[in-house]
Design a protein around this ligand. Structure first.
Ligand code: SF4
Ligand code: SF4
Length: 382
């Protein structure tokens, strides 16, 4: 079975108009470590126009997605995004359409931003880690006070303008203890799409001390967290609220490819473009490796198809430890992100995912439901 991501047909380019710059100082943010690489500047008009043209040229999809990330992408200013839309309309190939998505911390959202984002039908993602004390534990301003109030104000403004943002919740050692408190808080906010992102900060690469920071989510606790929310979701919220990891598990019921890179067999589908035009294989590589190239020197399409990019993608599958190959939930998990593969398997093989225990617990927990869905689907689609 060929599951490799076809780079020219199936990729999502993360565009970073201000690099790692952000108005907040969340304690777990790995971007801040890279801020020295790409200080102060905003993506130039020349790079922006070239990026828009090249993304249209490289994409075979009818709908071309522009995914704006940071740091905090709203720091680029509204004028930047007005120009982006101008270039998108100017260079839109016949028969295609474009969609913009933006991931924000919500604190810079104003009524003017809401009017703009709604008028141009942006898909908006907002980072909230739960109720006030959970959110403020790690999502801090520059003077180390909590950012909850301004984030929630941004969320409310978005809702008032008709945008229902997707919620991105980082699950850490603190909020993982209260799955239903977190879940009911988001439900009360009226969320219709939630992503739970596990926090894993590797601290000791030698393996002799603690492997992860004290903020990192313990593996099994993450599995228990997801399972508690899953049970609640199955009882009350199927069809009204989408949870990204549940959707990913359910994709296996329909033999669909995962939409999230961490659960695919191969990497390579989510490269990053820095505001300078530098291209990286993945966000986790910014600051750790040199860029693969720059779109002012090499066309985006050639960077996407570059042998190094392809080999980066294949390495994920080629380095899967035997424990994963034999695992009963391998199709749901695929060893997750290689960034987190730094523990030793029970058989002594290196390269097992730190979160394995949690994923194994959760994916087995949801398997009877996934199997039931699969069996109904097979009966209705013989
Ligand atoms: S390294 Fe991780 S985040 Fe990057 S493409 Fe691979 S699975 Fe995705
Ligand atoms: S649950 Fe563990 S053993 Fe199974 S595929 Fe995931 S990381 Fe590998």
């Amino acid at each position: 079975m060929e599951n490799r991501i076809s780079f020219t047909e199936d990729f999502q380019l993360f565009l970073k108009p201000v690099g790692a710059r952000c108005n907040l100082r969340c304690s777990y943010c790995y971007y801040i470590d890279n801020s020295h690489l790409y200080e102060s500047a905003v993506m130039s008009d020349e790079t922006l126009e070239s990026c828009v043209k090249q993304l249209f040229a490289a994409s075979r999809a009818d709908t071309v997605l522009f995914t704006w990330h940071g740091g905090e992408p709203l720091m680029a200013g509204m004028e930047f995004f007005e120009k982006a839309i101008y270039f998108q309309k100017k260079h839109l190939p016949q028969g295609k359409r474009f969609v913009n998505g933006i991931q924000t911390n919500g604190t810079l959202i104003t009524r003017e931003w809401c009017t703009f984002l709604a008028a141009h039908q942006f898909i908006v993602g907002i980072s909230i880690d739960g109720p006030e004390d959970f959110h403020n534990a790690m999502r801090k301003t520059r003077n180390q006070s909590g950012s909850f109030e301004s984030t929630l104000e941004g969320y409310r403004l978005l809702r008032a303008s008709g945008i229902n943002p997707e919620i991105l919740c980082v699950v850490n050692s603190y909020n993982v203890k209260q799955p239903l408190v977190i879940y009911h808080f988001f439900k009360k906010l009226g969320a219709n799409y939630i992503t739970f992102l596990p926090l894993v900060e590797q601290t000791d690469v030698s393996g002799s001390g603690d492997r992860v920071s004290s903020s990192s989510v313990p593996a099994l606790a993450f599995g228990l967290f997801l399972s508690a929310i899953f049970d609640e979701w199955v009882k009350n919220d199927i069809g009204t609220l989408k949870i990204q990891i549940f959707e990913e598990a359910l994709r296996t019921a329909f033999h669909q490819e995962h939409s999230l890179c961490i659960f695919r067999e191969r990497c390579g589908g989510v490269p990053v473009l820095e505001h300078t035009g530098d291209f990286y294989s993945c966000d986790h590589y910014v600051g750790h490796t040199k860029p693969l190239g720059n779109i002012h020197e090499h066309p985006l399409s050639s960077l996407l198809a570059h042998p190094v990019q392809k080999s980066f993608g294949d390495t994920k599958w080629n380095t899967l430890p035997p424990t994963c190959i034999q695992c009963n939930v391998r199709a749901m998990c695929n060893g997750e992100c290689p960034k987190n593969r730094f523990i030793t398997s029970p058989d002594g093989a290196p390269g097992l995912n730190y979160l394995c225990e949690g994923y194994k617990y959760f994916f087995n927990h949801c398997t009877p439901f996934v199997k039931a869905v699969s069996s109904v689907w097979q009966q209705t689609n013989p």
